[in-house]
Structures are given as C-alpha cells and as structure tokens.
Design a protein around this ligand. Sequence first.
Ligand SMILES: NC(=O)c1ccc[n+]([C@@H]2O[C@H](COP(=O)([O-])OP(=O)(O)OC[C@H]3O[C@@H](n4cnc5c(N)ncnc54)[C@H](OP(=O)(O)O)[C@@H]3O)[C@@H](O)[C@H]2O)c1
Length: 282
Amino acid sequence: MTESNGKTALITGSTDGVGRVVAKRLAGSGWRVLVHGRDRERGEALVAEIKAAGGAAEFLSADLSSMAEVRRLADAAQKAPRRLDLLINNAGLGSGASRTTRRTSADGHELLFAVNYLAGFLLTHLLLPLVKKSTPARIVNVSSLGQQAIDFDDVMLTHGYSGSRAYCQSKLAQILFTIDLAHELAGSGVTVNTLHPATYMNTTMVRQSGVTPISSVEDGAEAILKLAVSPELDGKSGLYFNGQREARADAQAYDADARRRLKALSLQLTDLSTPSSSAARS
Ligand SMILES: NC(=O)c1ccc[n+]([C@@H]2O[C@H](COP(=O)([O-])OP(=O)(O)OC[C@H]3O[C@@H](n4cnc5c(N)ncnc54)[C@H](OP(=O)(O)O)[C@@H]3O)[C@@H](O)[C@H]2O)c1
C-alpha cells in the first residue's frame, strides 16, 4: 500500500499519453488521483493498475467537447473527500484529426478551441472554490510551443481554417488564461503555471499527425511534474516553461488588452459572465 499524502489531483486527459504517466507518478507518491478521459475501458484499466500498485484512484469520464459534460465532470470531482490540491488541464486534441476540415463542438465552437482551451477555462472556474479551500494548491495548464496569435475578428476560424492554426491558437489561449488567472489568484495560496512539456512525444496525438516522435512521454511528464509538485515552484505563478526551463511565450501572451478580450469572450461563451445563469444551473 502506498502511504497517502492526503492530497487529491485531477489530471484531465490521463487515459493516454503524457497525462497517463503523470497520473501514475502522482499516485505512486501518495496522491489520490482523479483519472479523466472519454474512454472508460482505458480509464478503468489505469485505475486498476494504480490500485494494484497500492495507490488510490478513481475514473471520471467526460467529453470536453461539450460544456454540459465539463460541468458534470466538475460536479463529480467535487465529491468526497472534497479537496483538490492540484488541477492539471492536460487533455487535448492534436491537429491531425482536423487537419483541413473545420469541426465544431457540441456547443457550436471551433473544436480545438473548445476542447484544448475553453473546456479547461470552464472546468478551472467551476473548481476554483474547492481549489481555494485546499491551499497551498496548484493549477498546471499543459500548452505547447506551437502558438499562434488569436485573431479576435475570427476566433472560431470560419475563414482560412487549418488544423495547425486551430491547435496553435488554442494553445496560446491557454497561456493568456494562465497569466490572467495568476493575477486574479495572487495572494490566494493557489498558483497557476503553464508549459510546453516536450517536443513530439511518442503519443497518439503525434502519431495521428504523421510526425515521427523525437521525445518520450517520460520527458514530458518530468516537466509537468516539476510545475505540479516541485518545491522550486512554491509561490511562483503566471509563468511559462519550455520543458524544465522558464521561457517566453508568443508576444500576445503579454498583451493585457488581448488577455482582457479573451477573458470577456470566454466568460460569455461558457455562460459564466452572468451570475444568475450560473446560479440557476447549480
Ligand atoms: N505530444 C506532444 O509532443 C505534445 C507537445 C506539446 C504539447 N502537448 C500537449 O500535451 C497534452 C497531452 O497530449 P498527449 O500527446 O499526451 O496526447 P494523447 O496521447 O493524444 O492524449 C490526449 C488525452 O486527452 C484526452 N482527450 C482528447 N480529446 C478529449 C475530449 N474531447 N474530451 C476528453 N478528453 C479528451 C484523451 O482521452 P481519450 O482517452 O478519451 O482519448 C487522452 O487522455 C495536450 O494538451 C497536448 O496539446 C503534447
């Protein structure tokens, strides 16, 4: 039996790829792990593997291309023991499956923007009250080196769509969100940082895009775990890392006006901007 450290972590997209490795590593060091993904069979198999090794885990399924499912996931994650010390927004879609064809989410938003960014934005806001009660707590947003400035005149990419543009825009949106949220959370005991885990890891997403992997999921997991648990990051917030090193993201991440516009749009798209609409649902 692995000795519990009394802490809980939710890792989205931990049924596969780098998230799966992170979930196993955290469980192995005493964390209770909430494993998330769409594929129940792979989710339950990972939970069984973690339990067989003496750890604690639970599987929560949700398709992040639906905001109703994101809300259901948030509800499920708030069940006993009612603490969340670590949230890793890792789930993501690569450009491979939507290389040339623009697809939309259940709510009608461009699919990669919805799954890679908007779902994490909504999930984080819904879980923040619990995270704030579990301080010191951390949020990690798994972004990418692939970044492209958001065109606020056509965020949903109705013109000039490409899968690569959609992926890079969604990944930069996560970085703008991280910097913005870090300002909001200053002094709360919750820190939030973001990173490019590693380049072309040997994962489903990379294989689907037809690229030959050049790094391992262990490399990426190491970088994510540094932001998640390393004492080096105590009290540090709003930072972007390339692997293990602090780095500079695309210039738009440091544009306060762009961050303000993205936040306003995101609150509106997720229906979080009107307190009455959120209250009516809860
Ligand atoms: N691979 C790389 O080289 C690389 C480089 C830079 C950044 N990243 C980032 O690292 C993160 C993890 O990527 P990976 O390479 O490990 O990918 P992966 O092996 O393809 O795994 C993706 C994970 O996300 C989940 N997911 C995908 N779409 C989902 C949806 N609609 N709803 C719920 N879950 C969904 C998948 O769950 P299912 O079991 O349901 O499929 C899976 O667990 C991503 O955010 C990616 O952008 C990866």
